[in-house]
Design a binder for this molecule. Structure first.
Ligand code: ASP
Length: 308
């Protein structure tokens, strides 16, 4: 049997166990399982890693439990500005969008930028016009309005504080979503999508849509999708750093990913985690926060789903 594997995340942070009951936990697990199944179906039918990560991320974007697409957090202005990136390990092709509004699935727009433009990253209104031209689905503002996210924003909107979705005191939902996959032809891909951080200044862009920071894929090494306090992941060039450590220091995926999350990021105060997969289908999902919503699947290991 040819090897394939996939991993997804739904954000990392201070996922307080006291605020989590078994019902809620079940809902999160179901959300993760549904999303990973959409990726698995593609991979088991010999589809591409790129299609699999896009499908898994789009499913998470449609689920209001997660801070991406429909469930995106509020900016300081009380709006939703979303970032997303997709990258193919075959040729380092990448597509990304940042600060987009009313796009139902920012990850689909990122894929469209990758395939139908000569650019890598389109921002705000330029990306929205591009979306219109390519008939990418939009939704009215009300689709993105979520009562609990609104309540989270109310708690800090009068300050200059920004917060990871999952670190708010009344934390009920958790963040950013991502997927990494290896397909049967040996190709790797990564995708990440987010509403960013609650109460962020409008125009703020995190690590998610920046290839090498929140998202990276290279068939020679690995595919990576990050979640956490984006400013630190940008400073650490976190996703690419895992690949560079593997390529130049010849260390394993696990050693490289753990070094970045537990040493490099922690030494500068960066909180969060990542999911990563190498060309052999090895998966690792380190985080330095209390928890990270995550799931993985390979025919050998079966489905695994965890929060803490
Ligand atoms: N990394 C995202 C950002 O800073 C947030 C998150 O992962 O929850 O925009």
């Amino acid at each position: 049997m040819k090897k394939y594997a996939i991993a997804i995340h739904g954000g990392a942070g201070t996922l307080s166990r006291t605020l989590m009951d078994s019902n809620k936990e079940q809902m999160y697990r179901q959300g993760l399982e549904q999303a990973i199944q959409s990726g698995i179906r593609i991979l088991e039918n010999e589809g591409t890693a790129l299609d699999a990560v896009e499908a898994a991320v789009a499913a998470l974007e449609d689920n209001p439990l997660f801070n991406a697409g429909r469930g995106s957090v509020f900016t300081h202005k009380g709006e939703h500005e979303m970032d997303a990136c997709i990258m193919s390990g075959i040729d380092l092709a990448a597509g990304a969008v940042c600060g987009v509004r009313q796009i139902k699935n920012p990850i689909k727009l990122a894929r469209c930028v990758m395939e139908k433009s000569e650019h890598v990253l389109l921002a705000a209104s330029g990306a929205e016009v591009f979306a219109q031209v390519h008939q990418i689905e939009t939704m009215p503002e009300a689709y993105f309005h979520d009562a609990l996210r609104y309540e989270q924003w109310q708690q800090i909107k009068n300050s200059t504080q920004t917060a990871l979705d999952h670190n708010l005191p009344s934390e009920k939902k958790f963040g950013t979503v991502g997927a990494v996959a290896l397909d049967v032809t040996g190709n790797l891909a990564a995708a990440t999508s987010t509403g960013g951080m609650t109460n962020k200044q409008f125009g703020r862009v995190g690590d998610t849509p920046i290839p090498g920071c929140g998202t990276y894929a290279n068939n020679h090494t690995c595919a990576v999708s990050c979640t956490g306090h984006g400013e630190y992941f940008i400073k650490a060039t976190a996703a690419y750093d895992v690949s560079a450590l593997m390529e130049y220091k010849i260390i394993s995926l696990q050693d490289a990913a753990e070094l970045v999350i537990h040493q490099k990021l922690m030494s500068i105060g960066g909180e969060g985690g990542m999911i990563a997969i190498d060309k052999f289908g090895n998966i690792c999902m380190p985080f330095n926060s209390e928890g990270m919503y995550r799931a993985s699947y390979s025919p050998e290991e079966g489905l695994r789903c965890a929060i803490y």
